[in-house]
Ligand binder design. Structure first.
Ligand code: ATP
Ligand code: MG
Length: 387
């Protein structure tokens, strides 16, 4: 059965209403019509059941078309509103359309009404579908973000748990083994030299394994990050990086308070690690400078290398998954990662994340720190020649 269109009609003249019905029916439109004359009835009808379309006269004894349009816009902004009037000057017609009316049809030309209703309904349907699609997209984006937050969290929790288990349980077991071994060797007769030699080599093997266990545990998640905060962790990582790669790495900060916000710390630390990995793999740099400071409620970490310089294409390449991950991590906390490169001068990565309780700035200022503000990229490039 053909779907009946629900029409709400604002019209004081019953004869005109009949003419409208006749014109619609003639065009094969199936509809139910409710006619109202006053603003009270109009409001009540809109509240009771939203119509598919509103047809309204312009001049009524106790009510006028403009007010009807304003009420409909407020209550049912998505329902098409068509003026069906005796006379409507061109200027008034344009004005009504500007104010949100869908169309206007003169009573002398009612043959236009059915096509106008059809078009209005089709456009309204398209608008609704578009809105739904946008809403669905927004929801799925939100779900993806929530999933991403969850996965990051789970991954970090897992790393923390394994790191502690490896450190505590394996570490303790190895220490126990070493104590037992030393007990055994102290009881071996002096003349059993080969066995004594063996216990000595086993003991140094256990020492090496203890070092390996510590390294694995720290690589999973450095305890320093949770116990001493971000500044200490960045400093530690910068030193590790320098020792391991031979690339000179200077760190300065202008904060006088330990930051122990776990999410913030994790985000900064992981992005920092990813940036250092990129420097090792791609930059061919000899020097890295790292600055941590706060500015206008944001915690900012700047990492500059004097390597070959990332290109614009690499920065915005959708396949740069490492860079995307860095941006996503900062984005999840309402922050951002800016990346700039200058050929043969180097690459600058700036991580900026809002911190709810901004850390106090050290008035005395850290000795090594040369600036609380990021320099402009040209100033940075000039001050940062290749060697
Ligand atoms: N410090 C840097 N100096 C020069 N080029 C860089 C630097 N960091 C990144 N790049 C360039 O940007 C590209 C994208 O980096 P990204 O971290 O996204 O990917 P990747 O390091 O190649 O791989 P992965 O997904 O394992 O991180 C790199 O392939 C490299 O060409
Ligand atoms: Mg990378």
């Amino acid at each position: 059965m053909k779907k009946q269109i629900q029409i709400l009609m604002v019209e004081d003249d019953p004869a005109d209403a009949e003419l409208v019905k006749y014109a619609l029916r003639k065009d094969g439109l199936a509809f139910i019509i409710e006619r109202v004359e006053t603003s009270e009835d109009f409001l009540r009808a809109m509240a009771a059941d939203a119509p598919d379309v509103i047809l309204s006269d312009y001049a009524l004894p106790t009510f006028d078309g403009y007010s009807a349009l304003a009420l409909a816009q407020k209550m049912l902004p998505d329902v098409p509103f068509i003026f069906v009037t005796g006379t409507l000057g061109e200027e008034v017609a344009i004005e009504t359309l500007k104010n949100g009316a869908t169309d206007y049809v003169l009573k002398l030309r009612l043959s236009r009404l059915a096509p106008a209703v059809h078009r209005a309904l089709r456009e309204a349907k398209e608008r609704t579908e578009r809105k739904q699609a946008v809403e669905q997209l927004r929801q799925s984006h939100e779900q993806l973000r929530a999933l991403s937050v969850y996965l990051q969290h789970v991954r970090e929790e897992e790393r923390m748990r394994i790191s502690r288990a490896v450190h505590d349980e394996l570490g303790q077991a190895l220490t126990g083994l070493k104590i037992d071994l030393s007990w055994l060797s102290s009881r071996l007769p002096k003349q059993m030299n080969p066995l004594l030699e063996k216990t000595r080599s086993m003991s140094s093997h256990i020492d090496e394994t203890i070092q390996t266990v510590r390294r694995i545990s720290t690589e999973l998640r450095p305890g320093i990050l949770d116990h001493l905060g971000l500044v200490a962790a960045i400093e530690w990582q910068a030193n590790e990086f320098q020792t391991r790669t031979g690339i000179q790495c200077r760190f300065a900060h202008a904060l006088d308070r330990t930051i122990l916000d776990e999410n913030l710390n994790t985000a900064f630390f992981r992005i920092f690690q990813e940036t250092l990995t990129n420097i090792i793999r791609h930059a061919n740099a000899t020097r890295v400078e790292v600055d941590l400071y706060d500015e206008e409620g944001h915690l900012i970490l700047e990492i500059r290398d004097n390597g070959r310089g990332i290109t614009r294409q690499q920065i915005f390449n959708m396949k740069s998954i490492g860079l995307l991950g860095m941006r996503e991590r900062a984005g999840l906390l309402g922050g951002e990662v800016r990346i700039q490169g200058a050929p043969k001068t180097g690459t600058k990565v700036t991580i900026s994340i809002p911190c709810t309780a901004p850390p106090r700035t050290n008035k005395r200022h850290n000795e090594n720190s040369y600036s609380r503000r990021p320099r402009s990229s040209t100033a940075w490039a000039e001050a940062n020649p290749r060697r």
